[in-house]
Design a protein around this ligand. Structure first.
Ligand code: FMN
Length: 337
């Protein structure tokens, strides 16, 4: 698959942008297991222009992360264009525009999925960003605002005409937030529309290799993007790619394997953050990393509440001692945002 001049493998398996999740340590873990393309957390164009520290941190790219896209959001066209120019200087391979974020403080202010209710503005903003940068521009959005306005097929055509090089569609409306099931039929309709020439990346509820292959086969999409199912299971990229290539399901990981990976992830975190932030930012992963283990509840709570680095390592070793050889059954991780 090609995004402008950026060559990716065929049927790429892509890490979704996720706020508070897809930071450099997590991206390292996903890259290690073969994610074909990765994205930043979303970056506020207003904050980028004002040089807000936390936002500048989000802009940093590690050498191992390419091919890599920085995702921008905002409601102001001038600010978005300006931030696209700034983004170019940070060296990503592409710029993605977020027209999909459903959370109130973003969408109700007219940014993210909020742009779905003002399509002319969405198109104007996209066109101006495409003109302002030499990098390929992509868009990530949803099926529409709500059940009565699932206008993604028309929107996709208009977006294509602005010069974007790929479109990612999450198979839900804004009104659905993260509820219900992702509807892939409309994603397939966009992909199979005779006017659509740009690559279409499908997204929503993919949790295992078999579903990934079905989505490629049934809907003909060019790429698949995986979000929540990679949280606590970064090896999903390896499993999916192996299955697509060979038709073979790899054996599950053991709890011991998971602990080794968590420790690697933690250590990386400490090289970017202080000990407290390093531990706190791992809690989201701790919450889902040992899903399916019996009699684990009390240990999970202790792990989630542990304050210091040493205590976290100690609890992880206790887990290894008690459950180390058990297999991690691949349960779908349906975390709600
Ligand atoms: C914690 C969390 C943070 C997210 N942050 C972003 C974001 O910054 N930008 C974006 O385009 N989508 C974001 N999303 C949506 C995901 O990229 C993806 O579209 C959605 O989770 C559906 O895919 P999945 O079922 O594979 O998780 C976020 C989702 C979650 C769960």
């Amino acid at each position: 698959m090609k995004i402008g001049t950026l060559q990716l493998p065929d049927q790429p398996v892509i890490l979704a942008p996720m706020e508070d999740v897809t930071d450099p340590p997590f991206r390292y873990m996903c890259k290690k297991f073969g994610a074909d393309l990765m994205f930043s957390e979303f970056v506020s164009s207003d904050a980028l222009i004002r040089n807000v520290n936390r936002t500048l941190e989000k802009m940093e790219i590690q050498a191992y992360e390419h091919p890599y896209g920085i995702q921008l959001y905002g409601k102001n066209i001038v600010a978005m264009v300006e931030s696209a120019k700034i983004t170019e200087t940070w060296g990503p391979d592409l710029i993605d525009i977020n027209f999909g974020c459903p959370v109130k403080k973003v969408a109700m202010k007219g940014a993210g999925a909020g742009m779905l209710v003002d399509v002319p503005k969405m198109i104007k903003m996209t066109r101006e960003i495409v003109r302002a940068t030499k990098l390929p521009v992509t868009v990530k959005t949803r099926l529409g605002w709500d059940d009565n306005s699932k206008n993604i097929v028309e929107i996709a055509e208009m977006l294509q005409d602005t010069g974007i090089m790929a479109l990612t569609i999450h198979g839900r409306t804004r009104a659905q937030m993260y509820r219900g099931e992702a509807d892939w039929t409309l994603i397939g309709e966009v992909k199979n529309h005779p006017r659509i020439k740009i690559p279409i990346i499908g997204n929503g509820d993919i949790t295992d290799p078999v579903e990934t292959k079905k989505a490629f086969d049934r809907y003909g999409v060019d790429g698949i993007m995986i979000g929540r199912a990679a949280i606590g299971r970064p090896w999903i990229f390896r499993d999916v790619k192996h299955y697509l290539k060979t038709g073979e399901i790899l054996p599950p990981m053991t709890v011991g394997d998971q602990i080794d990976l968590i420790k690697e992830h933690l250590e990386l975190g400490f090289s970017f953050k202080d000990d407290r932030r390093g531990v706190v930012s791992m809690r989201r992963f701790f919450a889902v990393s040992f899903k399916g283990l019996s009699n684990f509840k009390e240990t999970r709570i202790r792990l989630l509440q542990a304050e210091g680095k040493e205590l976290v390592y100690q609890i992880l070793e206790e887990i290894r001692e008690k459950w180390g050889d058990q297999l991690l059954i691949p349960v779908p991780s349906k975390e709600e945002k």
